[in-house]
Design a binder for this molecule. Structure first.
Ligand SMILES: [Zn+2]
Length: 198
């Protein structure tokens, strides 16, 4: 009876919970490798845990990340966090793209604890992404969370899918931006942000 129960559990696992290691082993075979050789024996399990970590943003609750780190203030100058490192996976090739993000906002009544902004970036970077959407999601999340007068996000990234495959080498570095509210409407606000991050 006990073994039947265990079997039932595997069969009813949700797609997101099914093991990846057997697929990676199959992948190695189909690439012409021998998954039994020394260096590869533990590779399927390593790849599984790496992929779980690199896509853990799907299961991270933004509200829990912020964990009450929202503060009422009278401060109304621009808040800028520069050079936030991130690592993500492009959804077209599942290869890394990585770089820096600069995030700014003009507070209205609330600010976010400064250390939480890189955490927000991580939540969205640890998914299959395109750089444009990653940039927008970070900006939108800040907009919805603290309702500032505006948000600006600039993202500079290098894409290994282009660099490693030798295609479009000149475009392997890309810059995207999201300008919301005052950052979209007011040139002086946008210029202040750009001068602070250049
Ligand atoms: Zn790609």
């Amino acid at each position: 009876m006990k073994s039947n129960k265990a079997l039932l559990k595997v069969v009813s696992a949700k797609p997101g919970e099914q093991p990846l290691a057997p697929l990676v082993e199959d992948l190695l075979i189909r690439l012409g490798e021998d998954p039994k050789r020394d260096g590869l024996v533990r590779t399927p399990r390593r790849v599984e845990s790496a992929l779980r970590f690199l896509t853990s943003g799907y299961h991270t609750d933004i509200q829990k990340v912020l964990n009450g780190a929202l503060y009422d203030v009278k401060y109304d100058e621009m808040v800028v966090v520069r050079d936030i490192e991130f690592f993500s996976l492009c959804e077209h090739h599942m290869l890394p793209f990585y770089g820096k993000m600069h995030v700014a906002y003009l507070p209205q009544k609330k600010v976010i604890g400064l250390s939480k902004i890189p955490r927000i970036v991580d939540v969205f970077a640890r998914r299959l992404q395109i750089q444009e959407r990653l940039t927008q999601q970070v900006a939108q999340t800040i907009l919805e969370t603290i309702k500032p007068l505006g948000v600006g996000v600039i993202c500079e990234a290098k894409h290994l899918c282009m660099m490693m495959r030798g295609v479009e080498k000149q475009h392997s570095g890309a810059t995207t931006s999201a300008m919301l509210g005052a950052f979209r409407e007011r040139k002086d606000t946008r210029d202040e942000f750009l001068s602070l991050v250049k």
